[in-house]
Write a new protein. Structure first.
Length: 198
């Protein structure tokens, strides 16, 4: 899955953790049709399965935030040095309320205690299992469940895809400085960011 595939996946989720929480028995034993997830604005149906985000009030406006959505299988063991492999669909509702792992990288510790350096160090667990996506949606652009509606009849919304820098040596989409809640609250745009390996 190349960079454009990841961008396409991000847009398809919305134009919709450390370890992610697998759903409880209650959500997996009943068939999806019997669950009333369509009425829950924080549960969204994606091509891979259902995800539940959280709501945040930012500058007096509501933003729906979905963090830690896997977009590829964990690149571990046989997949370690290969291109990302698309994630298998999951059952139940994925908990998309926790920040994902950061990919392996160098930590900056040349000047201990210097905030200007330490602010760039990962703020979540470092792991090879790090290919996750984060999405911020302004409430007024609330992601709708479209069901079987044809693609051309679905409303289009702008999506901003943020890819952090770091020269393939450092960086993570989980840093506080990259939190896109203000952009989402003040603009009619869905913002996505993703983790990637160097």
């Amino acid at each position: 899955m190349g960079p454009l595939s990841v961008v396409w996946f991000a847009m398809s989720l919305s134009a919709s953790a450390c370890a992610y929480s697998w759903p409880s028995e209650e959500t997996t034993t009943r068939p999806p049709q019997s669950r009333d997830f369509h009425s829950d604005p924080l549960v969204v149906e994606t091509t891979s399965g259902l995800v539940r985000g959280r709501s945040k009030t930012v500058l007096g406006r509501e933003v729906h935030v979905f963090t830690g959505i896997p977009f590829a299988k964990p690149p571990i063991e046989q997949l370690r040095f290969r291109r990302p492999v698309p994630i298998d669909p999951w059952h139940g509702i994925l908990d998309a309320t926790k920040l994902p792992n950061s990919c392996y990288q160098e930590r900056y510790e040349y000047f201990p205690g210097f905030e200007g350096e330490e602010m760039w160090n990962p703020n979540t667990n470092i792991s090879e299992d790090c290919l996750y996506l984060n999405i911020w949606v302004p409430q007024r652009l609330r992601i709708r469940h479209h069901g079987d509606k044809p693609q051309q009849e679905r409303p289009k919304v702008p999506v901003l895809v943020w890819i952090y820098g770091g020269g393939y040596m450092s960086g993570t989409s989980t840093l506080e400085i990259y939190d896109a809640d203000i952009i989402a609250a003040t603009s009619d745009v869905i913002v996505t960011s993703m983790q990637y390996r160097g």
